[in-house]
Design a protein around this ligand. Structure first.
Ligand SMILES: [Fe+2]
Ligand SMILES: [Fe+2]
Length: 271
């Protein structure tokens, strides 16, 4: 697994406090210690707009609207609006929690696969397929964290232990419980990614309304999140198809796991 390697961990430790700018190439990291100070300074450096006019999306997002302009050719004569500090904080937090979640997903499948496939060898290709996709998601967020100098969650070791324990325990309870675990996790994660995508689309709409360029990097991030969300929902479908809802007691198992996911997301966005 890419993340567990010493090289990847060294790369993570080198990460600086959160800094996510839309200006390319990235500016050198200023030495200021506080992430919010650094972010605000970076935002001002590339801004042609008075800070009083910089706004962040604060309204409750509506369901994800279609946005055909995302794949259209960008007007390179337009300026890019720098991210506000709150937008930078949102992006840093989003990448951090996503990486933590994908780490947990790979560890759940790593722990589940031996007990599940020992009893039901025909599930090996499915378990391998879901693990491979999670490993790909994790590699994507490892790369984005390093690129944007976002620190990983400080609770990395805790999530690793809990995810492995969750995977092993549900697998020992049986195939149905293992699949119920996937059903519960992916239900929460699918909604989590949808929330991030809506927030990013609101930012895009705001920039377009104000006549700013969106930028290929931002568009690529949205498309990446959409692809990963779709793959998570595919895992949810696989779990239901393989009797997740026959787990006993299904309501209790999925309720506990979903509550745990919500808590882990909330904490990882902040710590
Ligand atoms: Fe994933
Ligand atoms: Fe998944």
């Amino acid at each position: 697994m890419a993340l567990a390697g010493p090289a990847a961990q060294r790369a993570m430790r080198r990460c600086q406090p959160a800094l996510f700018t839309r200006a390319l190439p990235q500016p050198p990291s200023p030495p200021a210690p506080a992430a919010t100070v650094v972010s605000a300074a970076a935002a001002r450096r590339f801004s042609s707009t008075p800070p009083s006019r910089q706004t962040s999306a604060t309204t409750e997002p509506s369901p994800e609207p279609p946005n055909p302009k995302l794949n259209s050719k960008q007007n390179t004569t337009k300026k890019r609006k720098p991210l506000t500090p709150s937008q930078q904080a949102f992006l840093s937090s989003a990448l951090r929690v996503n990486q933590a979640g994908e780490l947990a997903a790979t560890l759940i499948y790593t722990a589940q696969t031996p007990p599940v496939t020992a009893r039901e060898p025909h599930l090996r290709p499915l378990m391998q397929h879901m693990y491979d996709q999670e490993a790909g998601h994790l590699a994507t967020f490892n790369s984005l964290l390093a690129k944007h100098r976002v620190r990983p969650t400080a609770l990395y070791p805790l999530w690793s232990v809990l995810a492995t324990g969750l995977g092993w325990t549900t697998a020992m309870l049986g195939r149905e419980a293992a699949m119920a675990c996937t059903e519960a996790v992916e239900t929460e994660i699918g909604g989590h990614y949808n929330g991030q995508i809506r927030r990013l689309l609101e930012m895009v709409s705001e920039w377009e309304r104000e006549g700013y360029e969106v930028g290929g990097e931002f568009t690529e991030l949205i498309n990446t999140l959409r692809r990963i969300r779709d793959e998570e929902l595919e895992h949810l479908d696989h779990a239901v198809e393989h009797d997740a809802q026959k787990a006993e007691p299904h309501w209790l198992l999925t309720g506990i796991i979903r509550a745990g996911c919500k808590g882990a997301i909330w904490v990882s966005e902040r710590v």
